[in-house]
Design a protein around this ligand. Structure first.
Ligand SMILES: CC(C)(COP(=O)(O)OP(=O)(O)OC[C@H]1O[C@@H](n2cnc3c(N)ncnc32)[C@H](O)[C@@H]1OP(=O)(O)O)[C@@H](O)C(=O)NCCC(=O)NCCS
Length: 166
């Protein structure tokens, strides 16, 4: 999987070495509660989640990247293409550690991920599943050019489907 670079982020493959940062990110209920891929907040939950993202790369050849803040080298979150079994299309997703909210990193990474989906993966439609009430995620979706397409059920929850075609 390639490494991408944006103005302020390096987007590189997630590895097992990201576990402590990843677990700290998901330990915050404000972060975990936003995720349509609902996970818990424990370190065991985080390990399974990280393993799923790394395993997805093995199976699909692409997955979320770790987002590394260029200025500091710190782990800021994850974002990227996503299509696990049962997902209703090619997705692009984003998740930031709480102390990296409000800097524009999710939008910056999501734009790069979206270009990768259309340009490299050859997608014609890219979607994002967003839980009702996740206004910050809706804002990211709208900033990258998504619009609300429909609602659906995903893993037992009602979710909004945002997306765009190119
Ligand atoms: C969803 C989530 C990634 C959004 O994070 P975010 O920080 O609001 O989104 P961005 O990184 O795009 O940042 C946008 C904000 O940064 C601000 N910003 C500051 N500096 C900026 C810059 N240089 N460039 C762009 N925006 C900047 C913007 O004005 C905007 O602020 P606002 O929220 O007050 O309007 C974050 O809330 C999160 O990780 N939530 C938990 C997980 C989750 O819900 N994931 C989505 C599942 S669908």
């Amino acid at each position: 999987m390639v490494v991408l670079e944006t103005e302020r982020l390096v987007m590189r493959p997630l590895t097992g070495d990201d576990f402590d940062d990843y677990a700290r990110m998901l330990a915050d209920p404000e972060v975990a509660d936003g995720l349509a891929e609902s996970v818990g907040t424990s370190r065991a939950d985080a390990w399974r989640s990280l393993a799923t993202f790394i395993g997805h790369r093995e199976i699909r050849g692409y997955s979320h990247w770790a987002l590394v803040e260029k200025a500091t080298g710190r782990f800021a979150g994850r974002a990227g293409p996503w299509r696990p079994y049962g997902f209703p299309g090619l997705g692009v997703g984003w998740c930031l550690a709480r102390d990296h909210w409000g800097k524009g990193y999710a939008t910056e990474a999501a734009r790069a991920a979206l270009d990768y989906c259309f340009g490299t993966l050859g997608a014609t439609e890219v979607i994002s599943l967003i839980l009702p009430g996740n206004a910050r995620s809706v804002s990211v979706a709208e900033r990258i050019g998504h619009s609300h397409l429909r609602d659906t059920e995903y893993r037992g929850q009602q979710v909004h489907v945002y997306g765009q075609r190119r």
